[in-house]
Design a protein around this ligand. Sequence first.
Ligand SMILES: *[C@@H]1O[C@H](CO)[C@@H](O)[C@H](O)[C@H]1NC(C)=O
Ligand SMILES: *[C@@H]1O[C@H](CO)[C@@H](O)[C@H](O)[C@H]1NC(C)=O
Ligand SMILES: *[C@@H]1O[C@H](CO)[C@@H](O)[C@H](O)[C@H]1NC(C)=O
Ligand SMILES: [Zn+2]
Length: 593
Amino acid sequence: MPEPLLSNRPSSELSNDRDIAEEDALLTGQPTDKSAPTARSRSWRVWREIGLFVWAVLATALVVILAVVYQKSVDKPSGSPRPSGKRNLIFMVSDGMGPTSLSLTRSYKQFENGLPFSEQLVIDQHLIGQSRTRSSSSLITDSAAGATAFSCGMKSYNGAISVTPDHEPCGTVLEAAKKAGYMTGLVVTTRITDATPACFAAHVNNRLEEDLIAQQMVGEYPLGRVVDLMFGGGRCHFLANGTDGSCRADDRDIVAVAKKNGFNYLDSRKSFDDLKGGKNIKFPILGLFAETDIPYEIDRRNENDIYPSLHEMAEAAMIALSEATKASEKGFFLMIEGSRIDHAGHHNDPAAQVHEVLAYDKAIDSVLNFLENDSTQGVMVSTSDHETGGLATARQLHATYPEYVWYPGPLANASHSAERLDLEYQKFMFSAPDASPDKITDFVKSSISEGLGIEDMSSDEVTNLVKDPSTALYQYADMISRRSQSGWSTHGHSAADVNIYSSDPKAAMPLVGNHENTEVGDFLREYLGVDVDAVTKELKEKGVKLMGADGVGWMGPVPEAGQRLDGQTHLASYGGDYRKRHLNHGRGCDCGH
Ligand SMILES: *[C@@H]1O[C@H](CO)[C@@H](O)[C@H](O)[C@H]1NC(C)=O
Ligand SMILES: *[C@@H]1O[C@H](CO)[C@@H](O)[C@H](O)[C@H]1NC(C)=O
Ligand SMILES: *[C@@H]1O[C@H](CO)[C@@H](O)[C@H](O)[C@H]1NC(C)=O
Ligand SMILES: [Zn+2]
């Protein structure tokens, strides 16, 4: 009698072995062994036992083989993340985008296009993990310390551009990639001298030194030129003071320095179009398409003839870098940043934010398409440096217990960013300093109805805008936020964990799960297989000789203790700040992003 297959089930209804055997037969589809033993069946039994023995040996062998194969496939991604052969790495940064930015934008997209609730963003489909973002000086990081974690794989203080807490340079993944023979690129929508891009190709003690960063990025620093392609804004830091559109403090012409170092320089939409989507690029290339930041997507979409979009710049960069490395053993490293998601968070402007996130999502889609088609293997990893604004898709407007709602409608009705409306208002006040209160009131009312699509403005809202033009940006943004019931807890950053995404969870296995932001930096260098420590050594050795005449090192002055972006290495601690009133809080966001 064979042992019942399912021997440990309750046997209340079935009283004997035979019944159990029959039930097994029903469950397994195998016939029962009912007949009494005969000579024929005895010899069959012998053969059957031999057969079972052989089967057992084979099965054991198979189990061993499978275990080995399985172990190998598990080992591969986590044990040795570095693939072999030629490869490309596209690292994407959604500056200031927290998880709530995605629920805000997803619901907005569904509302705007009449899509079902199951409709996701492209990026939603590639979530692999989360990053913890604190810096060495604070539980809330800024973009400089955040990007230093990615570029150097090290924690540093808020304000640090790829320097350590003791003000030594740390080699970056981009520099090491260049040394190893990869081509390199940076594509952003903010100033190319802003913290995130700067951290890949500059070393500066204080992020505010953007003039110095501009010099370094075109090759005026110990390593010479390391970036092959730069697209973004921030032209004003490259133009000599006194010339049109300059914001430099000195009279140095950094465009000329760039050209001397071989760069092809572009500064217009037309010259970008002449690149034919990347098919007609000569390296190295420097494209600065705006004086400062490229406008928010909500405004830029109406000025497409002046500024290229993020995904257009990204596509041109990928196609050109792929073509240029075609005959090379090494691929490329490209950093693409959706820079101004952060700014929309600082401005607490949900309408501007959803368009920034959608533009980033479009760039993600471009990158995924590129990776799918390109003959060289590659991976995309996307994450944020931090969350901005403490955004909530909820807002309690009154003392009474709130309803569970937030409304995407008011975001859809806004045609301009609060930043743009503020700028127009300042321009109006500047051009008509003697305008009567009635005229100002008319201007403000029409900016609210035309720019924000708000018809139910209160007289208080209008009066406050007329009374205090210096905070107009925040007032415009607040009108949209209240009507949509979007909540914000700060005009600065928050300590929220941010998401990590990848085109290939297997290749990016070390980033699956919850990680410290420096582990993202570790992954970048390991995927490329480059020696960042050798770059650190070279920077230190060559940098020692580069002391300026004023006694300031090549990385610029160290921020003073107590300065906003201070260099303290211990964590900031509470000092009764909630009582302090900052009298000099000005308009807009002139804080450190
Ligand atoms: C321009 O820069 C030079 C030094 O490079 C400085 O002497 C001069 O004062 C600056 N001019 C202005 C208007 O800032
Ligand atoms: C990828 O290849 C397909 C088919 O050849 C093509 O239609 C598509 O435009 C390509 N996409 C990119 C981003 O090159
Ligand atoms: C959006 O604009 C339309 C047309 O002006 C208007 O009917 C609607 O009430 C507005 N929606 C919101 C939420 O303000
Ligand atoms: Zn910021």
